[in-house]
Write a protein that binds this ligand. Structure first.
Ligand SMILES: [Fe+2]
Length: 224
């Protein structure tokens, strides 16, 4: 296997009070880890075994007969980026290149916050909220269930889990409170800055010449 077991870049207790230890323990061990184990069981001994995680996602997404495996692999990737989209020292307005790009695309931090939270509220059921790089600009989008923008050619910069298991113990059904806590206390802009830097640093990103690629997409899931 060319896919590492999931790891978190912080301790279970480090995101309190925004996200509790119990939420992270269950989320990491009972959700992502289960997806990883089931993915490994389906891959081991097959021709898919040499693939890395992103290659596995792209290959299995194209084959409806392999969509069970695709969903497990996508959930491993999505959660890897989610963990790295948060930091105990995160939250607040973006800085660096991502700050410049957010102001260019949305005009202000407040406008970005409004569009990000509105997208989360408008998404029905389980899924994911994303900030992605698409054709030279930032976009906010959601995917349902295990869906990942990787298969559309987008470069995911940040991911926020919208499944209720991500927030129900702490915020019950108040998804907007969870999204606000993410933006105000947790969001790790450095993950987005690293991905943008790999897209071609400031100049190409600013002029919109950068394009998605597999190596760039990997930047968004940097394992701790
Ligand atoms: Fe999750």
């Amino acid at each position: 296997m060319n896919i590492d077991a999931p790891a978190m870049p912080f301790n279970f207790i480090d995101l309190e009070p925004a996200i509790s230890r119990d939420t992270l323990v269950f989320h990491f061990l009972r959700h992502q880890r289960v997806c990883f184990d089931r993915m490994v069981a389906l891959v081991r001994g097959t021709e898919l075994e040499p693939l890395d995680l992103i290659e596995l996602i792209r290959v299995t997404e194209r084959n409806p007969a392999q969509h069970t495996l695709y969903r497990y692999a996508a959930e491993v990737y999505n959660h890897n980026l989610y963990w790295n989209s948060m930091s105990p020292r995160g939250g607040g307005a973006a800085t660096g290149l991502i700050g410049e790009q957010l102001r260019e695309r949305f005009g202000s931090h407040e406008r970005f916050v409004r569009e990000f939270t509105d997208a989360a509220s408008a998404h029905f059921g389980s899924g994911w909220l994303w900030l992605v790089w698409r054709a030279g600009a930032l976009e906010i989008l959601t995917t349902s269930n295990a869906g990942t923008p990787l298969v559309r050619g987008d470069v995911p910069l940040l991911a926020l889990d919208l499944w209720e298991h991500a927030y129900y113990l702490d915020h019950q059904n108040r998804r907007s409170a969870y999204v606000n806590a993410f933006l105000e206390e947790l969001v790790n802009w450095e993950t987005a800055n690293r991905a943008l830097a790999e897209l071609g640093a400031g100049s190409e990103a600013r002029t919109g010449r950068a394009r998605a690629s597999v190596p760039v997409a990997r930047a968004g899931i940097g394992m701790p």
